[in-house]
Design a protein around this ligand. Sequence first.
Ligand SMILES: Cc1cc2nc3c(=O)[nH]c(=O)nc-3n(C[C@H](O)[C@H](O)[C@H](O)COP(=O)(O)O)c2cc1C
Length: 306
Amino acid sequence: MHFVGFAEMAAAVSNAGGLGIITGLTQKTPADLANEIAKCRDMTDKPFGVNLTFLPVVNAPDYAGMVKAIIEGGVKVVETAGNNPVQVLPPLHDAGIKVIHKCTSVRHSLKAQAIGCDAISVDGFECGGHPGEDDIPNFILLPRAADELEIPFVASGGMADGRSLVAALALGAEGMNMGTRFIATKEAPVHEKVKQALLAASELDTRLVMRPLRNTERVLTNSAVERLLEKEKALGASITFADIAEEVAGVYPRIMLDGDMDAGAWSCGMVAGLIHDIPTCKDLIDRIMAEADAIINSRLSGFANG
Ligand SMILES: Cc1cc2nc3c(=O)[nH]c(=O)nc-3n(C[C@H](O)[C@H](O)[C@H](O)COP(=O)(O)O)c2cc1C
């Protein structure tokens, strides 16, 4: 998660029993990423991963350099997202690194499987960030993925608690990926105002922006987002990235680090409606596992036994 997935976040999740992920592109250069990986290694002896996102950007980042930093940093899992990750698969696989590609559709998941990805993170329409253009929620997308995929997948988008985990397993996933929920934790290295905004938000408070550019992003509404949507309405099909740069370009540090909550559009899932506290990552994951255990062994076993 851009300007959230620093070493502190990844290490806290991994120390709590999850797989923490450093956001590669939040680091400006491969050398910065190498430092962040080394920092994370100092903070946890558990495995953690790195996300590499391939989105339309003006100046393409040095992906080859980032891959080198990941390999030399001894990272064992990479989460790719956005465009086809085929260019990075050979060096990552040669280094023994598993690649999980995040997909918002069954056809992209099948493509990722065909080019050799090891697993998929199936990201439903509910998700914070980029849900793609098909608008299929996880109640449909996950079982569709289960019907078609041969490689394992985790459920992503809208996941918050033990109910999410049991549902994800029931729908065919091997586990779940959480984005927005982890921002409202004690260790998340973001401004307190960001966490409070998630507590205050309901499931009605996200908006889809950049749909006319076919780069749809689910964000938390604020004055900048409402202005952006007005521009989209007024400019219609003639809109370009330049028209909305003020609301989307370079806004993350101002929001996540400075707490300037109206600086621009920032990714947030509908799951905000299920976030009511700011636990430690360990308390959150322990609670999820206890809830899942109770659902399976009380509620569902009662159902199974009549
Ligand atoms: C603030 C924020 C920033 C994100 N940045 C990225 C990113 O840089 N790359 C990426 O692949 N996904 C990014 N995501 C998406 C998450 O990795 C994850 O797929 C998504 O949050 C799952 O949906 P959920 O928020 O409902 O849990 C971001 C999500 C949020 C909330």
